[in-house]
Design a protein around this ligand. Structure first.
Ligand code: MIG
Length: 809
């Protein structure tokens, strides 16, 4: 049992029978592990180096280096994307790759005194005669120095270890979902999708979704590294950068360049998310413990009564018939379809949870069918791998088989036909309850791996990813006119193509609130832009103040949902009474006003892979003072959020990036490149707007379906001599694959005179009837709309569609 809490929850909710099942599973697995470890243990053999270089051969886009005991193949897929593969070891099944048809670039292979040098216009790779590898910029700045890798164990299943030296100032970020500080320097992290068991805090490791990708930043430059290897691994960043993979070929993608360019390349390689439906960026309410239709209707009525907007409500495991996936309990939800319809009429979407474990029950059609068709993971003895999850003894679909993905995909049909809008994938690490020794399937469990075949050590980290792929493909197929929306707990590299994710069962503490920022920033730099924590933390009952602070922070995160565990106090946004409900209402409204801005960021993510939530150094990767900041973040280009992360805090300090920043609440201007003190109060958290921004805020209609009838453009004057990047505004119907449009607003000028030019393109009609430009930190005495004098109303200007506006102080 991962924790006593879970043990108690388990016995309480499932009884003694379940507990005995868990014990029996654990004992059975232990026997299997012992047997299996004998076959595959690499622990006893000594580390070896590749040995001396024996031959070098230029290839079209790189070179092949034969060493005594290993071989290295280097390919330049693009000038700034190199793939290095060390064998022996099973090459990866390319699940993570979205793009495989790289044209490749011709490189020159040059013999130098230190070794063989391969160079493109963006990167030099030096392969030394002992297998050491050095990466440098064309100018010769060293980005990374690798020692000769080490390997041990049987050649068909070696353990590889790669060690690189770190620069004294080097910072490392990423590795998917992580707790603890944003900068991973000094950390040791395990790659093994894991359910920490009902609650976790700031140092937990591993979590549900580690990803073997990270970014390095040091004064000599920056780079991104992706290891395409799904075996269990350890990333040890304490002394040096030491990475150990317990199987498979050692495959590395190396991308030099500043963070945003590197991330763009990485997400070209592994894919970018499609644009999500607009409703998914609204507010979601959830709780493990909304038991039936009456509960749901009562909660929804509460939102109406308290005048709080709501976009989605989630059904946790209790909607199912005895936790059987793809069933609905007829007593609790007698008519899901009419419920979904009723909610939809109020612009509220229904999301249902789906767990991968399928109850082993002879009278359950889905199980029977899957069993007959051989859809479940097997043990080497040809019998299904049986674990224990909520429904009791359960079997696990093998999502690494295309036929199984298609079969599973059919399961969603009924839910979609009932009007369910989104799907929530849980327990897909995969998790099986166990009393000790980790809560997942036995290592010996077999997986198809698209015909290559392999064991659970290779397939474990791919399990959630491939379940999400199955779901994503099914939603596309079953409901082609709508955009799929799935949120998942587990996943792996390239996960962003198939699902959002949330940070799981984080504890309800101030430390956990703070940690969620680092987690989301790290995921963003791992290519995963859509995430967020359970507001208030999952496992406990937060104080009113903690819940409020969490809510205020989450207003600026992509995934915006309150969710809580069965055993906690109720947590609808009104349960804390005033002044909390009123403040929450203000933040909810702000969130809905921000939707066009968020939606534009979502569109940008689909084009670039940039996360919505970004570290402060995104403004300037050379500003070393920003490298450690994980108590504040950027939302897109325009907003900087500095949440309140401590109880009764009256002011907080912030390392402010360079340039001028306006306080969103009172327009006070601050100048950056220094640490500033920000006063706080209960009503707000510090939010700053970057000078030169034109922040779009929708007004009047805060529903998610039609984004608003009035658009306010909030103009914050640029600094003298600075021309900001254009502010984009993306619009479409909010779902489906119809027409869209993109506005491009260019702001120029400064204190004396400011102009805004507007260029729009696209067939979708501009969705706002009125436009109002609001000036901040600037007083205009006169204004012209398309060269005609116009009337200022205080600091506001009413206008229709325009091409050019000019303000004069
Ligand atoms: O073993 O479905 O992280 O959000 O409420 C716990 C019940 C299973 C874990 C998820 C949580 C969800 C809970 N699930």
């Amino acid at each position: 049992m991962a924790s006593l809490r879970e043990a108690v929850m388990l016995i309480r909710s499932s009884g003694l029978g379940q507990t005995l099942r868990v014990l029996s599973f654990t004992l059975h697995r232990e026997r299997l592990e012992r047997k299996y470890r004998r076959t595959f243990s690499n622990q006893e053999t000594a580390w070896q180096t590749p040995g001396g270089l024996q031959s070098t051969e230029a290839t079209l886009n790189g070179a092949r280096f034969r060493f005594e005991r290993a071989e290295l193949v280097v390919d330049f897929l693009a000038t700034d994307l190199a793939r290095l593969s060390w064998e022996p070891g099973t090459p990866p099944v390319p699940y993570a790759l979205a793009k495989t048809d790289w044209a490749g670039v011709q490189t020159s292979l040059e013999k130098a005194p230190e070794g063989n040098r391969l160079a493109s216009q963006a990167l030099q790779i030096l392969v030394k005669p002992d297998g050491g590898v050095q990466f440098a910029t064309p100018a010769g700045n060293i980005l990374r120095q690798e020692l000769p890798p080490r390997l041990r164990g049987a050649p068909e299943m070696p353990t590889w270890q790669l060690e690189a030296l770190l620069e004294p100032r080097e910072h490392l970020y990423g590795l998917g979902e992580q707790a603890g500080p944003f900068n991973l320097r000094g950390a040791i992290r395990r790659m093994w999708n894991t359910d920490p068991g009902g609650s976790y805090g700031p140092q937990a490791n591993p979590l549900y979704m580690p990803v073997p990708v990270y970014m390095g930043l040091h004064p000599g430059g920056s780079y991104l590294i992706f290891h395409e290897n799904s075996f269990p691994a350890t990333f040890d960043f304490r002394e040096s950068c030491q990475v150990t993979f317990e199987g498979g070929a050692l495959r590395t993608y190396f991308i030099p360049g500043p963070p945003e360019r590197a991330l763009q390349r990485y997400t070209q390689l592994t894919g970018r998310p499609e644009l999500p439906p607009l409703w998914s960026l609204g507010y979601h309410q959830s709780r493990w413990g909304y038991l039936n239709e009456a509960d749901i209707l009562e909660v929804v009525a509460g939102f109406t009564q308290h005048d709080l907007p709501l976009s989605a409500i989630h059904l946790d495991i209790d909607y199912m018939r005895g936790f059987r996936v793809f069933t609905v309990d007829p007593q609790r939800f007698p008519d899901l379809k009419s419920l979904a319809k009723r909610l939809q009429d109020q612009d509220i979407r229904l999301v249902t949870i789906i767990d991968p474990g399928v109850k082993q029950d002879r009278n359950y059609e889905f199980y029977k069918d899957g069993n007959q068709q051989g859809r479940f993971c097997m043990l080497p003895n040809g019998r299904p791998a049986v674990g224990v999850v909520w429904p009791g003894k359960s079997v696990f679909p093998d999502f690494t088989d295309a036929k199984t993905r298609a079969w599973w995909g059919e399961g969603y049909r009924q839910l979609l036909e009932a009007g369910v809008a989104g799907i929530w994938h849980d327990m897909n690490e995969p998790t099986s309850f166990a009393a000790w020794g980790g809560n997942t399937l036995p290592s010996a469990t077999r997986h198809k791996l698209e015909g290559h075949g392999g064991d659970h050590r290779q397939a474990h980290n791919l399990y959630g990813l491939m379940m999400n792929r199955a779901g994503h493909e099914a939603l596309h197929q079953l409901r082609p006119e709508r955009r799929p929306w799935i949120i998942s707990r587990a996943g792996w590299a390239s996960q962003q193509r198939y699902a959002w994710n949330w940070t799981g069962d984080c504890e309800s503490t101030w430390g956990s609130l703070r940690m969620s920022i680092a987690s989301i920033l790290g995921q963003g730099l791992s290519g995963l832009p859509y995430t967020g924590p359970d507001i208030g933390g999952f496992s406990g009952s937060p104080s009113a103040e903690l819940y409020l602070r969490w809510f205020q922070l989450a207003t600026f995160l992509p995934f915006f949902r309150t969710h809580s565990a069965l055993t906690t106090a109720r947590r609808e946004p009104w349960v804390y009474g005033e002044p909390y409900t009123d403040i929450i209402r203000q933040f909810l409204r702000l969130r809905y006003r921000l939707l066009p801005y968020l939606y534009t960021l979502a569109w940008q993510t689909s084009q670039t892979g940039f996360p919505l939530v970004r570290p402060l150094f995104w403004t300037d990767a050379n500003d070393q003072a920003l490298w450690d900041i994980d108590d504040a973040f950027l939302l897109g280009e325009a907003l900087l959020i500095a949440p309140v992360l401590e109880e009764s805090q009256e002011q907080r300090s912030l390392q402010l990036p360079g340039g001028n920043w306006y306080n969103l609440w009172d327009d006070q201007v601050l100048t950056g490149s220094k640490s500033v003190e920000l006063p706080t109060n209960l009503e707000t958290i510090p939010v700053l707007v970057r000078a030169g921004s034109l922040l779009p805020l929708a007004e009047k209609n805060i529903s998610t379906q039609s984004a608003g009838t009035r658009m306010e453009l909030h103009l914050y004057p640029p600094e003298e001599g600075h021309i900001p990047a254009p502010q984009l505004l993306y619009s479409d119907a909010g779902d489906g694959y119809g027409e869209s449009r993109l506005e491009r607003f260019q702001v120029r000028g400064s204190q004396g005179e400011i102009e805004v030019t507007w260029q729009g393109e696209g067939e979708f009609p501009f969705p706002y009837d009125e436009i109002e430009v609001h000036l901040h930190g600037y007083r205009a005495r006169r204004a012209w709309i398309d060269e005609r004098p116009a009337e200022m109303n205080e600091n506001r200007l009413q206008t229709g569609i325009f091409q050019h506006i000019r303000f004069e102080a």
